[in-house]
Design a protein around this ligand. Sequence first.
Ligand SMILES: Cc1cc2nc3c(=O)[nH]c(=O)nc-3n(C[C@H](O)[C@H](O)[C@H](O)COP(=O)(O)OP(=O)(O)OC[C@H]3O[C@@H](n4cnc5c(N)ncnc54)[C@H](O)[C@@H]3O)c2cc1C
Length: 532
Amino acid sequence: MSYPDAQNPYGFDPFLQWRENCDYYLEDAFAQKAVRVFTGAQADQVDAAARQISPKASFRWRKLADAIAVPEKRPYMLHYDGHKNRIDRIVRPYETLVMEKEVFGEALFSDKTHPWVRFIKMYLIYQNGEACTACPLTCTEGMVAVLERFADSPETRTILAHCKEGRNGEFAIGAQYLSEIHGGSDVGANRLEARFENGQWRLYGNKFFCSATHADYAVVTAKPTGSEKVGLFVMPSWLPGDKERERRNGFTIDRIKWKMGTSELTTAEITLNGAIGYPVGPLDRGLANMVAIVLTYSRLTVGLSGAASMMRAWREAARYCRFREAFGLPIDRFPLAAGQLARIERGAKRTLAGAFQLYRAVLALPGGLAAKSSTGDSDDQKKKRFEVRELIMLQKIATSLDAPEVLRLAMSLFGGHGVMEDFSALPRLYRDAAVNELWEGPRNVLLTQIHRDLLNASGWYGPDQFVANILAGAPPTLIEDLQREIVDIFAHPNLFEMSPTALSTCERWDSFCHRLFHAYQDVAMDLVERHG
Ligand SMILES: Cc1cc2nc3c(=O)[nH]c(=O)nc-3n(C[C@H](O)[C@H](O)[C@H](O)COP(=O)(O)OP(=O)(O)OC[C@H]3O[C@@H](n4cnc5c(N)ncnc54)[C@H](O)[C@@H]3O)c2cc1C
């Protein structure tokens, strides 16, 4: 019961004060334990790096990210300057430029930065969900990885050095342009043409989804004239000396898209009319290298950034529910709300633990993801490489479905304030999370690929054995249950014939993959929970 009070003194200050002073890493006991469990001999170094960057991410960059995320600061294009020169300038707010310089200035891709240090720093940076910084971070990571393997010309080596070690303190930014207007799922159907003219490759045609359009370089898929195979090129946005003059390298930016999520990041439609590109790897292996190296890093990032946004959502929702009261009780004292908070906590923790465990498996691969050839691998290594490839796709599809659901649930615990864009960052993180299901391989495409891979590998690696190996440490009854399910699903291996059996197999496969990856994550989460 309460009496009338025209001067209602209610305010959110206790919650806001906590949020204002919340250091992401110091408040994240689970991530601190995960560092101890998964990063081995690097644990002290990784922990120290997290403590060093966390105040920047939690205070300075969070405030910049919040300031950028308003409609009036959305990036826009200036196609011409005042003297009728075509410039295609992407105009971004000052806060973005400051944040970008500082985040890229962390030299995350430098030889001096250990991969685990990069991992933990990215986890903390991703909690702000500022897509105009977050997206090109992972694009640059993939570009560096593919160039480390294939840079064999002065131009590609210079680009690699620019991305990794910077030039005069400026670190280059990467993008990736694959998708074309007639279909992004099937990159093999690309029509962009690469012509060899006067001793260099030039690109002609259109790309329809080009995010991080402000980048210095993009990896671009294109077919050499007369070939059905997709090649891979790295294209500078400006040739040396042209950036200052704003004269782009033979392409125009036709339009930037109006998006629901990742709005602070431009995604553009571009026309290439003789843009110079430098080949990356054999031109008949471009698609394979793009998928196996570049997209693989982006897919790993979907897992890690999903964990980051869910962890932030859990932290803020839990605190809000302790502060906010309804019917005279703090919200978290209602069993319905407490149960929902527990679901959010579980989603966040299992996703983070799974991302750590998978990254450890990636780092354990001889030569890493971009290894030259797997022919020298032992049988055991071949299986491990296969497991990692499939787990990365499984993580991508599981997290991109879990994150929006967890964020939605967290928003619901804020009641009406949950959808207010100026109350918390959750609506923005939620809108961004929806994008993760679509880019870097939509769900159906990855489900089909995993199915095809397991079928092809069944001669040397049975699907039931695969399940048992990736779930080592899980309860035996769960492993047996999932083994039985996969054997049953593979008894009807055709996903493409339009029949009632195929429809039901597809549905079972979709939900099986989700359950399988949750089981993998839960093994990792238990390891962290049981750590002292
Ligand atoms: C915000 C945003 C930014 C993006 N940025 C970039 C970028 O920087 N660079 C880039 O290259 N691309 C980018 N993309 C494009 C993205 O990668 C594509 O949207 C994606 O690959 C799907 O292509 P599509 O949109 O043409 O869908 P389509 O290929 O038309 O697919 C439509 C639907 O069909 C389904 N489908 C396709 N094949 C199968 C199959 N075999 N079985 C069952 N279902 C199937 C898909 O799962 C999807 O649901 C971006 C997308 C978004 C949303």
